[in-house]
Design a protein around this ligand. Structure first.
Ligand code: GAR
Length: 214
């Protein structure tokens, strides 16, 4: 059964585009049915419409509380029979109420190798710490910020002369490949939640490594 996915964004939506493009493949086990932004000016909304996907803005500033904003969000998702949510640069913290309602059915992509560098400014903090590898993580969303069970990670080297921008660009390229892969694993049942951990079937290769410096 093809799952109906909603992508939640706040900005330019480059991860959203990579999910939309991946879902065009005939064998992709999910359909991108809706894009929602909490910011009416998010560039990703137009990009979604250009791809013929319904794109809605639900402006959090128009609501008096976090809860009432999330109730509107939840109602829009349910009206459209959404099965699964992908957060892609969605920059509003979600309350435990919303997260519990979508428990096990909501993924996020985060620009660091979790559990390192939760929160914001991940690339700057990686550079400050002097780590030699960095990357991105797709994980299930739980009430604690950036703390849910990990579905997939990609690693990049940090190289001399890197700035926040060069490192962010290197990580972003990996994000675009990783998120569709992780969504596919889940929708095909090859990655599933069991007892708060992700269990995999036929998804492994124990070969290869990334050493930095090489
Ligand atoms: C991405 O790098 C994503 O990992 C990050 O925001 C960027 C959104 O870019 N997400 C977070 O920091 C979530 N805490 P995009 O709008 O081009 O996909």
């Amino acid at each position: 059964m093809t799952r109906r996915i909603a992508i939640l964004i706040s900005g330019r939506g480059s991860n959203m585009v990579s999910l939309i493009e991946a879902a065009h493949a005939a064998d992709f086990p999910a359909e991108i049915a809706l894009v929602l932004s909490n910011r009416p000016d998010a560039g990703g909304l137009d990009r979604a419409r250009q791809a013929d996907i319904e794109a809605l803005a639900i402006d959090h500033k128009a609501y008096s509380s976090r809860e009432s904003f999330e109730q509107a969000l939840d109602a829009s998702l349910r009206e459209r029979n959404i099965d699964f949510i992908c957060l892609a640069g969605f920059m509003r913290v979600l309350t435990p109420w919303f997260v519990e309602r979508w428990a096990g059915r909501m993924l996020n992509i985060h620009p660091s190798l979790l559990p390192l560098f939760r929160g914001t400014h991940t690339h700057q903090r990686a550079l400050e710490e002097g780590v030699l590898v960095h990357g991105c993580t797709v994980h299930f969303v739980v009430p604690e910020l950036d703390a849910g069970p990990i579905v997939a990670q990609a690693v990049v080297p940090v190289v001399p002369g890197d700035t926040e921008d060069t490192l962010a660009a290197r990580v972003l390229m990996q994000e675009h490949a990783l998120y569709p892969q992780a969504l596919r694993l889940i929708c095909e049942g090859r990655a599933r939640l069991e007892g708060g951990k992700v269990v995999f079937t036929n998804a492994w290769s124990a070969e290869g490594s990334l050493r930095s410096p090489k």
